[in-house]
Design a protein around this ligand. Structure first.
Ligand code: NAD
Length: 333
């Protein structure tokens, strides 16, 4: 099978090429991001493989379906970047990789938590500059802190479990509860209201849907504890960044760790160090001493890349063999 793979970096090609080649598929690797403007590059390909910041709109789906597109392979868990209504309308199947390494993302969320909690980002720079002062580096124990996990899927459960290991009191919220799994991972369900108003640390692990877009906004921020730490390794659109900046300025928020940003598309995954930053909201975020931003890196472990390649191939072969799979994505809300 011939497929066009978008937004590829060296590390993608290193993992995907041997897997596709060994199975007899011809993958063409493109560095370009898939957007309406670049859709013609995929003309004539029955299968395309895309990543988190590719954008497959209704226009793109209609355009490509008319030239034979049948399958979209998402090499990620999230699927907010594909117009699923259009995909269904034009008979294009969409398959994702729901769990390539939940450990990679959960461990990264904890990394952000500990970096902020103990000011490691500041001490790293200080020591390199020969400044061994500890002034301003006072942190807090995770032990006995109340941690709130929003979204108790694969990543949320593991993040909660690690926090439980610290001796934190872990509570969680999910509209679709799994009390047994939550208990096994050392946490218990509470209402979203209780989670917001009582937690010292809140970590987001739910998908970006119409219903979760900007769930962290002026109103929800105002209901949180003063000095709360907010961690987002899920999707940038969960947070209204302008409201977040306001809450940082008035010290409502104690610390923010974010691996994702609502306007990251077109910015993340590229070296723009020679360019002038055009996004003033992002620039403002970078000025806060208590905000740590990483560039959508949480997934990036050797184990995750191997699993993504293997599962993406399985999705392709399942499609070719007419096998129904839980990885096929359908419109939810
Ligand atoms: P998952 O599908 O296993 O779990 C998501 C959970 O969120 C589900 O239990 C679902 O019921 C719950 N949910 C749905 N709507 C909700 C709401 N309104 N409030 C609270 N919970 C809600 O997904 P996962 O594998 O745990 O991944 C979670 C998210 O992490 C993904 O959606 C993806 O956006 C993100 N992610 C980020 C990276 C990264 O590199 N930063 C990597 C992988 C995944």
């Amino acid at each position: 099978m011939k497929l066009a793979v978008f937004s590829t970096k060296k590390y993608d090609i290193a993992h995907l090429q041997p897997v596709f080649e060994d199975a007899g598929h011809k993958a063409v690797f493109l560095q370009t991001r898939l957007e309406d403007e670049t859709v013609p590059l995929a003309e004539g390909y029955p299968v395309i493989c895309i990543f988190v910041n590719d954008n497959l709109t209704a226009y793109g789906i209609e355009y490509l379906a008319s030239s034979g597109l049948k399958l979209v392979l998402l090499r990620c868990a999230g699927y907010n970047n594909v117009d699923l209504v259009a995909a269904e309308k034009f008979g294009v199947q969409v398959a994702r990789v729901p769990a390539y390494s939940p450990h990679a993302v959960a461990e990264f969320a904890i990394g952000l938590m500990l970096m902020l909690n103990r000011n490691l980002h500041k001490s790293f720079s200080r020591v390199r500059a020969g400044n061994f002062s500890l002034e301003g580096l006072t942190g807090f124990d995770m032990f006995k802190k109340r941690v709130g996990i929003i979204g108790t899927g694969k990543i949320g459960l593991l993040t909660g479990k690690i926090c439980h290991g610290f001796g934190s009191e872990v509570v969680c919220y999910d509209p679709y509860q799994n009390p047994e799994a939550a208990k096994e991972h050392g946490m218990s369900y509470v209402s979203l209201e209780e989670l917001y108003s009582t937690c010292d640390v809140i970590s987001l692990h739910c998908p970006l849907l119409e219903s979760t877009f900007h769930m962290i906004n002026e109103d929800s921020l105002s209901r949180m504890k003063d000095g709360v730490m907010l961690i987002n390794t899920s999707r940038g659109g969960l947070i209204d960044t302008v409201a977040l900046i306001k809450a940082l300025k008035n010290r409502k928020i104690g610390q923010v760790g974010m691996d994702v940003y609502e306007n990251e598309s077109g910015m993340y995954f590229e070296d723009a160090s020679d360019d002038v930053m055009q996004d003033d909201t992002f620039s403002r975020l970078l000025t806060f001493h208590n905000v740590c931003i990483t560039g959508h890196q949480a997934f990036l472990t050797k184990e995750a890349l191997s699993n993504i390649a293997a599962e993406t191939l399985t999705n392709l072969e399942n499609y070719l063999n007419g096998v129904d799979s839980r990885n096929i994505v359908k419109k939810q809300d």
